[in-house]
Design a protein around this ligand. Sequence first.
Ligand code: GLU
Length: 302
Amino acid sequence: MAEVVERFAPSPNGALHLGHAFSALTAFDATRKAEGRFLVRIEDLDQTRARADHEAAIFEDLGWLGLEWQQPVLRQSERFSAYHEALDSLDKRGLIYPCFCSRRDIEAALSAPQEGDANAGDEGQGPDGPAYPGNCRRMSGVDRGLKHSAKAPFGLRLDMRKAVATLGGAGVVSNLSFKEIGAGPNKERGKIKLDPGFLIQACGDVLMARKDAPASYHLAVVLDDAHQGVTHVTRGEDLFAATQIHRLLQALFGRPTPIYRHHRLIRDEQGRRLAKRDRDAGLAELRACGTAPAEVRAMVGL
Ligand code: GLU
C-alpha cells in the first residue's frame, strides 16, 4: 500500500483554536496509525495578512499538542513561480480571464441580475458566495486592453463553462468523483460525484488568482497537495463543497486526487463555529490556563 501523507495547512493570520486542534490531531493520528508522514504547510498566500509571530505561535501550539511534523515546512510564499506556471497553462488553453471587478461592482451586478448571467445568484451559493455574474468575461478585447494599459489591478477567473467543456462536457464531468471517508455537511460519504450544474451555476467563475495574491486558495491547495504527494486531506466540512472545484482542477491539471476526510466543525456554546477571534477557545489561552494537551483532545471529542 502507498504511504499515507497528510497535511495540516493553517494560514498564519491569527491564532489557532480548538477547531484547528481537532483537524491537526485527526490528521496526525491517522498518519501515526498508518505509519505515514505528517506535514504542516503554511498557507501564507495572503502576504498582507501573514505574520511571522502568528507562524511562530502556530508551531508552538502544535508542538505543545504533541504533534511532530516533517522538516522543512513548505510555505506557499515559496511556490509563487509554480502558481504562475499553472496560470500560464490555463491561459494558453483559454480557460482564464482577467477580472477587474471590485467587491462593490460584483454586489451591484448581482442585485441587477438582468445585467449578469441569466441565472447568476439564483442557483444558491457556491463555496465562495454567489456565483460571479460574469461582467469581465463579457468584456470586449478593446476594453480589456484599455484596463491593462491603465494598469488596473485584476484577478484571474476560471471560465467554468469552458473548463467543463474542455474536460469533455457535463456528462464526462459528472463521472469524475472523489472518495469521502469523513462526511460532508449532509452526511455525504463514499464516492462523491461531481455536479456540473453546481459547478457552473453555484460556483461559477471562481478566482484562480487574486488582485492581492498570486493564486487563489483553490488553485494553490490543489497544486500544493499534488506537489507534496498528499494522499489524504483532513479538513472541516465547510470545505466539502469546495472539493468539487478542487477535483475539477485536478482533472484540468492531470494531478492525482487525494482521499478526503471532512469533519464536523467545533462550535461554541451558542452553536456558532469557532473563529480566530474566539479567545476562550484559543490554544494559547487554554495552555496559559493550565489545560493539558490530553484535555484538549477530550474537549474536541478525540
Ligand atoms: N488554509 C486553509 C484553512 O486554514 C486550509 C484548508 C485546507 O485544509 O484545505 O482553512
